[in-house]
Ligand binder design. Structure first.
Ligand SMILES: Nc1ncnc2c1ncn2[C@@H]1O[C@H](COP(=O)(O)OP(=O)(O)OP(=O)(O)O)[C@@H](O)[C@H]1O
Ligand SMILES: CC(C)(CO)[C@@H](O)C(=O)NCCC(=O)O
Length: 313
C-alpha cells in the first residue's frame, strides 16, 4: 500500500492557494509591498501576492488563536499571564531561500493589525566558533548537527518562552565565516520571533534514560522550504558565483582566497563544497526533518512556490 495515502498534509496547488488572499478582513492594499522589492531584486511581487500574503494570513490566524489559548490556559491554571512571543520556525537546505523567506514573512508580520514587533533570528549564530570547531575536528562539518551549540539554542528559546524581559542571541557573519565575539542580538519581549536555520526541526541526540527536548517544541508553527536537490544545487552555485564577484572581493572577507579564481576553478570549488558538505548535510540531516513541519513550501524553477502542504489539524 502506498504510504502517501496516509499523508498528514493537505496539498494546495499555487492557483488554489493564491485565492486565499481574499480570506481576510484586511485588504492587500493595506500591505505595503514597496520595502519588499528592496529585499531581493529577483523576488516578484506576484510571488508575494500569490504565495506570501495568503501565508502571512494563515500565520496570523495561528497567532491570534495561540494568544487566546495561552491566556485561557493560564487563567485555568491560575498562572500570571505573561506576554510571550509567538515563535515561527523555518527549516530547509543551505541556499533554498530560508533567510529570504524569513525576511518576507518578517515584513508581512510587522504589518499585521496592531503592528506586532517582530525579530528575526538565524541559528547560524549558534554554530560553534571556528576556533572551537577546529579543536573538535569539525571544521569540515560546519552546518552539521554536531557543529551547533544546541544547549545555547535551547536556553535562548526557553528564555523567550518564559517571557523574560531581555534575551540575547549570538550572531554569525558570513563575511567573517565565523560567529561574532563582540556583538549579539538583543530581544526585548517581541510579539513574534522567526527562527530560521537548517537545524530547527532536527531531533536531539538521544541518550538512554534521558527525556530530550526538540528545538521545535518551542515553535508555535513551523515551515520547511523544499525543492528538488538539483535545483537547490544550482541556487547554491549561482549565489557562490555572485558572492565571488561581490563580497569575496572585500578585504575583510574570509573567502578572499576565492576572489581571483577563474570561472572554471570557481565552478570546481563550488561543486566540491556542494557535493562534499551541503549536499551530504541535506540528504542526511535536513531532508529527513521535512515532515515535522506544519507547512511545506515546495519551490520550482526561479524560486516560484508551486505547491503548499498544510498539516491536517
Ligand atoms: N523567493 C525568492 N525569489 C528569488 N530569489 C530568491 C528567493 N529566495 C531566495 N532567493 C535567492 O536564492 C539564494 C539563496 O537564498 P537565501 O540566502 O535566502 O538562502 P538560505 O536558505 O537562507 O541559505 P543559507 O542557509 O546558506 O543561509 C540567494 O541568492 C537568494 O537571492
Ligand atoms: C553557515 C551555514 C552552515 C548555514 O547557513 C552554511 O552557510 C555554511 O557555511 N556551510 C558550510 C559549507 C559552505 O561553505 O557552504
Amino acid at each position: 500500500m502506498n504510504s502517501q495515502q496516509f499523508s498528514p498534509y493537505i496539498t494546495f496547488e499555487r492557483t488554489q492557494w493564491a485565492d486565499f488572499r481574499q480570506m481576510s478582513d484586511w485588504s492587500l492594499t493595506d500591505v505595503d509591498l514597496r520595502e519588499l522589492q528592496g529585499l531581493n531584486e529577483r523576488l516578484s511581487m506576484t510571488e508575494v501576492a500569490d504565495i506570501y500574503v495568503p501565508l502571512s494570513r494563515l500565520l496570523h490566524l495561528h497567532y491570534t488563536k495561540a494568544k487566546e489559548l495561552h491566556q485561557d490556559t493560564n487563567r485555568f491554571l491560575q498562572l500570571d499571564t505573561l506576554t510571550v512571543p509567538f515563535i515561527i520556525g523555518i527549516a530547509g537546505s543551505v541556499a533554498v531561500g530560508k533567510s529570504t523567506t524569513a525576511r518576507i514573512i518578517e515584513h508581512l508580520v510587522s504589518q499585521w493589525p496592531g503592528k506586532p514587533r517582530v525579530e528575526l533570528v538565524t541559528t547560524d549564530g549558534f554554530l560553534y566558533s571556528n576556533e572551537q570547531l577546529e579543536e573538535l575536528g569539525l571544521m569540515k562539518k560546519k552546518g552539521f548537527p554536531e557543529s551547533f551549540d544546541v544547549s545555547r539554542l535551547f536556553r535562548f528559546l526557553s528564555e523567550l518562552k518564559s517571557g523574560e524581559e531581555r534575551v540575547t542571541a549570538p550572531l554569525y557573519s558570513h563575511m567573517k565565516y565565523n560567529v561574532l565575539q563582540d556583538e549579539e542580538q538583543v530581544l526585548m519581549r517581541p510579539d513574534v520571533v522567526i527562527v530560521e536555520g537548517i537545524n530547527v526541526l532536527q531531533p536531539p541526540k538521544l541518550e538512554k534514560h534521558q527525556a530530550r527536548t526538540f528545538v521545535s517544541d518551542f515553535f508555535d508553527v513551523s515551515m520547511y522550504i523544499d525543492a528538488e536537490e538539483p535545483m537547490i544545487e544550482q541556487w547554491y552555485k549561482n549565489r557562490f558565483n555572485l558572492l565571488r564577484k561581490t563580497s569575496f572581493q572585500q578585504p575583510e572577507s574570509y573567502f578572499q582566497k576565492f576572489k581571483d579564481l577563474t570561472e572554471d576553478e570557481a565552478r570546481a570549488v563550488s561543486d566540491r563544497i556542494w557535493k562534499e558538505t551541503n549536499r551530504v548535510n541535506l540528504v542526511e540531516n535536513i531532508l529527513p526533518t521535512r515532515n515535522r513541519a506544519d507547512l511545506i513550501l515546495q519551490k520550482g524553477e526561479g524560486h516560484k512556490v508551486e505547491r503548499i502542504h498544510v498539516r491536517k489539524l
